[in-house]
Design a protein around this ligand. Structure first.
Ligand code: AMP
Length: 497
């Protein structure tokens, strides 16, 4: 699984082998075969070539999810260019900053997205579907050429462009294919937006294997009841999303009312899946393979754990994130890069085929993200973990969510885990503020169905579940946690409360 190929070659091989199989199920339910994907991708490639796009260029993608959007991504890569997807509903200033940062040669968009973005100066656009078919334009990429850039939020507030090559993506895709064995007849969900790295599995694992990728429209993406009905109606076989969506479905999706018997693999990634919700989901969907995948955008997925079929109902600790996947190496090291004994808590670092080339416009030698251990370059995830003697890693939160209060070292994730153990609490998020050196801890909590969340109940739960120094100073009871467009908890907006 060294990724010695390109996304384009892998998709082209599937097109040649399964031309009549369904490649894409559009949000409106319409199906498109691999042969249609081939033709539409060529239309985009030709239209982009006419607008001057050549190998090595970047092409922005600011467009609602749809069959044409998938085809545009393939078309861009057929020219040896890299795609740069952004969230069409993001503020236009943020999207323009991204497109300026990596100097896109062209932008693929649609009418509503363009109206929001505004006509960019001096950058060619393709709005909607390119009209006429042209000749086949190809400039084959090599595995070490850039395939796409995913912009993630930077700690300084300016988005950072994570540069990923075909090899980075394909090493992961090959691992997915070996692990989940998708093939013609499988229908894999695409819940995450394309600017989020979960989409790499959704799109390229699926389209490299002859299966069908079923696109979920934004309007449906956060509606647990509609999603539960959609999974049944589309006969989804493979699901992948952040845990919070699955938790919502377990709680409010009325899963019992639907036939989900086609489902065989459920993967989640991006954050910790709290055990009460995971148990609730397991109870509703017994007997299918559930996987916890872990990895920052910078490494794709680098560890994975298959959740055991039978989970002890008394369990409260989240599952580990698993051992390193076959396509990379993962270690736990101390602050000086020295490996730790089993059980020791330290930095999770990763090296190998899936690790990004670097951030766009940043000299890799100058980013703290890479560290040198044993003479080779490793990516420092910013996460903390502990590895057992079998190489299984337990996730212990992010380093940058560590605070010190009254001399005590506190992981905010640990407080969240402690609060989440209360039957009164459905969901929670904890953040800290610092005022004149005094660290205050705040918690936003969502009440479990029918639970009355009073301060006294919360405090007595904290007294039972957490060391006293970890108890939040302030609770805010909210109806729902604010979420980013990628479905993660929006800590930035919580801070403003
Ligand atoms: P992103 O780059 O948006 O994928 O975010 C990556 C970060 O999300 C990681 O560095 C972790 O802090 C967190 N994360 C990803 N997967 C998991 C997981 N399975 N369990 C816990 N945290 C995760």
């Amino acid at each position: 699984m060294r990724g010695d190929t390109t996304i384009t070659d892998a998709v082209d091989a599937a097109i040649a082998r399964y031309p009549d199989a369904v490649a894409v199920i559009a949000p409106d339910g319409r199906t498109h075969t691999y042969a249609e994907l081939d033709g539409m991708a060529d239309r985009f490639a030709s239209a982009l070539a006419v607008r001057g796009v050549v190998a090595g260029d970047r092409v922005g993608v600011c467009r609602a999810k749809g069959f044409e959007t998938v085809a545009a991504l393939v078309g861009i890569m057929r020219l040896g260019a890299a795609y740069v997807p952004v969230d069409p509903s993001s503020p236009s200033e943020r999207n323009r900053t991204i497109f300026d940062d990596c100097t896109v040669r062209a932008i693929v968009t649609d009418e509503p997205a363009l109206a929001r973005l505004g006509q960019p100066d001096g950058v060619a656009t393709i709005v909607g579907t390119p009209s006429a078919p042209h000749a086949r334009e190809r400039a084959p990429a090599t595995p070490d050429d850039l395939a796409y850039i995913l912009y993630t939020s930077g700690s300084t507030g300016r988005p950072k462009g994570v540069c990923l090559t075909h090899r980075n993506a394909m090493s992961f895709v090959q691992w997915c294919i070996a692990t989940f064995a998708p093939g013609p007849g499988d229908r894999c969900s695409s819940h995450a937006p394309f600017h989020f790295d979960l989409s790499i599995l959704d799109l390229w694992m699926t389209l490299a294997s002859g299966a069908s990728v079923a696109l979920i429209d934004e309007s449906l993406a956060k509606d647990p009841r509609a999603l539960a009905a959609w999974i049944a109606a589309t006969r989804i076989t493979n699901w992948y999303s952040v845990p919070s969506i699955l938790a919502l479905m377990a709680e409010h999706g009325r899963l019992d009312e639907h036939d989900h018997s086609a489902l065989r693999v459920v993967c989640f990634a991006g954050e910790v899946f709290p055990i009460p919700q995971l148990l609730a989901l397991r109870a509703k969907w017994p007997g299918l393979a559930m996987w916890n995948l872990y990895g920052p955008t910078e490494t794709n997925v680098c560890t994975a754990l298959r959740i055991p079929d039978a989970v002890d109902a008394a369990r409260t600790d989240p599952f580990p994130i698993g051992p390193a996947c076959a396509h990379c190496e993962v270690r736990i090291v101390d602050d000086r890069g020295h490996p730790l004994q089993p059980g020791g808590v330290g930095r999770i670092i990763c090296r190998g085929a899936p690790v990004m080339r670097g951030y766009w416009g940043v000299d890799p030698a100058e980013t703290a993200a890479f560290i040198t251990v044993d003479g080779t370059r490793w990516y420092d995830t910013g996460d903390l973990g502990a590895m057992d003697a079998d190489g299984v890693v337990d996730f212990r939160g992010r380093r940058d969510r560590m605070v010190k209060r009254r001399g005590y070292r506190i992981e905010l994730g640990e407080i969240e885990a402690g609060l989440a153990r209360s039957p009164l609490i459905a969901e929670c998020a904890v953040w800290s503020t610092s005022d004149a050196g005094e660290v205050r801890i705040h918690a936003a909590v969502v009440a479990a169905d029918d639970a009355k969340l009073g301060v006294i109940a919360l405090r007595s739960h904290c007294a039972a579940a957490l060391p006293p120094y970890m108890a939040p100073d302030r609770f805010v009871v909210v109806d729902a946690l604010p979420r980013t467009s990628t479905g993660k908890i929006d800590y930035q907006s919580l801070r403003a409360r």
